[in-house]
Ligand binder design. Structure first.
Ligand SMILES: [Zn+2]
Ligand SMILES: [Zn+2]
Length: 367
């Protein structure tokens, strides 16, 4: 009887809110967040909680990236002094929940040079800058830490490049620009929590960097989501060969990422276009004289809004809104094309290939 009640007290129930995206060009779409904090730096939650939150949001991959020099709870957490400790604790729980955890850290300096994340590192301890505990000095030891991370096989990206809260201006410190040119910093965190840097997006494309979108969560994730009135956290969608950390790394090195932020998917056209077409396949169509009827399904967890681009040959008056798990049936009169293929074009109003232009997709129907 006693044993039974103990078991009941320990029973835990978690609910995963499924988020699905179809494969794109043979790649799996992995939902990733490469930037988050725990009580081992300036976050408010225990590392294992980050794994539970990731499970609830149906993430595939997280990186725990505590600041090394900011240890707010040092008086209460008497650890071994091992700066990999938050990763170790998270990893133990992650295996059970089928979440992949990357070892990482935030390289923390004031601006310039600012903050960078190093993920896929082997050991956080050598990256610690002991001279300036709590208040890292400008630049001090920044390039040394980046170089050490790269020597360990790490992948480094520059965080939140919008330093001024009042505007969106990207100011790229000279030291960071140099490390980018040397190929040591390979990515840019264009989206950080609730902020999307439009200028940072164009900047990253121009410099051929991997596009990254992260939560940088410090509080509990449900609280952050409710503060931002968001359905899901900012994440990076990684197009990976399989669901493994090696495959994630290979995809990051080859810039196969999209950014999922609020109601938007943002990224390079060569990936975004096949991604949207995979999410919104034509499931059936038919011609009846000059009337074309087609069906488009939404197979993803993202709602899409498509604005038709009418021509002299056809006119579609209204935007097509495709909620999650929906299908739209569209009938349109075709003029001036008696034989051959009919191509219908849409502006996807929440898919962006640069700051100003939504993605245009087209569907071709054989007559
Ligand atoms: Zn930061
Ligand atoms: Zn951070």
């Amino acid at each position: 009887m006693l044993a039974c009640s103990v078991l009941l007290l320990n029973a835990q129930h978690l609910t995963k809110h499924k988020k699905t995206f179809p494969d794109v060009n043979g790649f799996k779409v992995l939902k990733c967040d490469f930037h988050m904090h725990t009580v081992f730096s300036d976050g408010n939650v225990w590392p294992t909680e980050r794994v539970i939150e990731a499970y609830n949001e149906d993430l595939d991959v997280i990186a725990i990236t505590d600041h090394l020099e900011i240890q707010r709870q040092k008086q209460d957490i008497t650890s071994s002094g091992d700066l990999n400790r938050s990763f170790v604790l998270a990893s133990e729980v992650a295996r059970k929940h089928n979440i992949l955890v990357i070892k990482g850290t935030e390289i923390t300096r004031v601006v310039p040079p600012g903050h960078s994340n190093a993920i896929f590192i082997k050991d956080a301890n050598p990256l610690f800058n002991p001279t300036k505990n709590e208040k890292p000095a400008a630049a001090e030891g920044y390039d040394t830490a980046v170089n050490l991370a790269v020597e360990q096989g790490g992948f480094v990206f520059y965080n939140h490049p919008f330093h001024n809260l009042a505007d969106d201006k990207v100011v790229m410190p000279e030291m960071v620009d140099k490390l980018i040119k040397e190929g040591k910093i390979k990515g840019l965190e264009v989206i950080n929590g609730d902020r999307f840097s439009r200028e940072g997006f164009n900047w990253a494309i121009a410099r051929n960097l991997t596009l990254i979108s992260n939560s940088d969560v410090h509080t509990s994730m449900p609280l952050a989501l409710s503060n931002h009135d968001a359905d899901h956290r900012a994440m990076t969608l990684v197009l990976a060969k399989d669901r493994s950390l090696d495959a994630v790394r290979e995809a990051l090195d080859n810039k196969r990422t999209l950014m999922w932020w609020r109601d938007n998917v943002i990224g390079r056209k060569n990936l975004l276009e096949p991604f949207v077409k995979a999410c919104l396949p034509v499931t059936n169509y038919s011609f009846d004289k000059n009337q074309l009827t087609f069906f488009i399904a939404n197979t993803s967890s993202q709602r899409f809004v498509m604005e038709p681009i009418s021509t002299d040959n056809y006119f579609i008056a209204h935007p097509i809104v495709l909620p999650v798990s929906s299908e739209a049936a569209v009938s349109v009169g075709i003029k001036g094309i008696s034989a051959g293929d009919v191509t219908i074009r849409f502006r996807v109003m929440n898919a962006w290939t640069n700051y100003e232009e939504p993605l245009i997709v087209e569907y071709t129907f054989k007559k």
